[in-house]
Each structure stands twice: as structure tokens, then as C-alpha cells.
Design a protein around this ligand. Sequence first.
Ligand code: AMP
Ligand code: MG
Length: 316
Amino acid sequence: MTAPVLPADSPEAIARAAALLREGGLVAMPTETVYGLAADAGNAAAVARLYAAKGRPRFNPLIAHVSGIAMAKRLVEWPALADALASAFWPGPLTLVLPKLADAPVCDLANAGLDSVAIRAPGHAAAQALLTAFGGPLVAPSANPSGGVSPTTAAHVSDGLGEMLDLILDGGPCTVGVESTVIALLDGRATLLRPGGLERDRIEAITGPLAIAGHSDAPASPGMLASHYAPGAAMRLNATVAQAGELLLGFGPIAGDLNLSPTGDLAEAAARLFAALREMDAAGPKLIAVAPIPDEGLGEAINDRLQRAAAPREMP
Ligand code: AMP
Ligand code: MG
């Protein structure tokens, strides 16, 4: 049976979701980045169910979502740089990896046994309401089968994981549309682990130049699998025209069969990216070709997702 879908702006739906989470349930929640598959971060049985529902490799640590700085301080050490970044960008699409406190309400399975935890305060009213009602951290990876295209609407969640969940909160389409930027604040250094919905230059205005973790840097950023976000069709990047059997995803003046942003607006393109990949994939092309996206601002996150969607498949 597929999970019920309730409106995320309903207080009754939030109360129901919080009650399900307290019982170890799985609830899909809207965030500004993508839809998250939420579970109680401190409940190992719930987190094990979450990994099983996604078919996710166990070594991928999860992001613990918090309502804000006060809740974050119950989970991790909190250096001045964390305070500066969280004060500037939370709630919002920025995840910070920090040393885990011994008594943090995050089970070892949730952070894959590392001595650090990734935390983020999401900037969506429903996610905030749910975190406040629940009163503790919620792990919430993207609410889709592992390796596939991330969900940016409740219908995407229902299509991919409906049977595995207890409840889906429908908060409308995600406004940012790509996952959070992940920064590690460990050993006194700030390192970019994953480009995302907060532009790197806005972070560097506070941190100074970031160290960059390579994709091969598996222990530092275990979620950075080469193949991820993959649609059913193969992908070809930096294309200007579609060849036989291909559909072209356009950007700016390269119109394509579907255009991420006719005006060349990277924020609009990020918000539409995953829904556009799903829509094109549904037409069953042999290959999805994608127009070049400038590698600046949010283009860094868009190109990261496209490169991994196009990478040779290594499904878990
Ligand atoms: P997502 O699957 O979108 O929730 O992404 C989680 C991201 O955060 C992945 O890239 C993980 O590798 C990264 N991450 C989570 N926890 C940690 C951690 N403790 N150390 C390093 N990276 C982490
Ligand atoms: Mg994901």
C-alpha cells in the first residue's frame, strides 16, 4: 500500500508525522533543497529501515537535520566558524560536518560510525515545524531509491518510495532543487565536500578559500559516489544539438526539447533540474543530451549532479 499524502502546511499532518517518527516510522518531508526521507536520528532501528527503503550503501553517512543552532549544539562541537556560517546561512542549503559529541542523540548507524556528524537547519516552514514538533534531530537523505534522480515534488517521492513510507508531507515543489552544499569544519580547516544549493563564493566570503575534497576522497565524503542522480537513459553533456534518438535538455539560447532556464538563470535551472530529468526520462529516449551550463555560482552544483548522472553506472 502506498503511503498517505497529507498537506505539509496542516498542523494535524505535522503532529501525525512527529508521532510516526517517535514510533520509529519513516516520513517524507519537503525541504527547500529536495524532499527528505526523515527518521529519528537516535533510533537505530528506524535508521536501518531508512537505509533498507532507499537501498542505500551502509557506508553513506546521513545529514542530521536540526531546527537551528541550539539543537545543533546538542549534537556537535561548535567552533566560532560554525557559528559564523550558521548565523549567516541557516536555515538554508548549507550542511556543516563537525566533531560529534559523545552524548549526541544520533546513532552510530546514522553517521556510519564516523566521529563527525553532518548537520543542517532546513529552510522550509514544514521541515521547521516538524523538527520543532519532534524536538530532536531527524536524519533525512533524499527521498528516492539510492542512485536515482532526487525528488523535488511529493509525486516524485510517491513514485519512487511510496510503498516503503508511513507518510508523505506535500509542501509543493522545492524552491532550491539541488541538495545542500556540504562543508567540513574539522582539524581547524574548512573543506568543500559537495557543491550544492548555497554558492561557494558566498561561503568563502566568510571562510576564505575552501580546501576541496576530490571525488576519490571516499572517507572524507563517503556520499560522493561517481554515479548518482542517474535517470534510466544514458546522458551526454555539453551538447548543442540532439542526435537521432536523443532528447536535448536546453539552457539559455540552446532551446532543446525542454529548457532549464530560457533566460539562463542558474537558480531557475537548479530548481527545475531533477524534475526535468524525470520528465525527459519518462519519454523513454535512448539518451538525454544536456546543453552546457556555466560552471559558476549554482552552476557548480548543477554540473556536479549532471556529471554524476552521466557517469558509468555503479548501482549499489
Ligand atoms: P545526502 O545523501 O544528500 O543526504 O548527502 C549527504 C552528504 O553528506 C553526502 O555527500 C555525505 O557523504 C555527506 N556526509 C554526511 N555525513 C558526513 C560526515 N560525517 N563526514 C563527511 N561527509 C558526510
Ligand atoms: Mg540523494
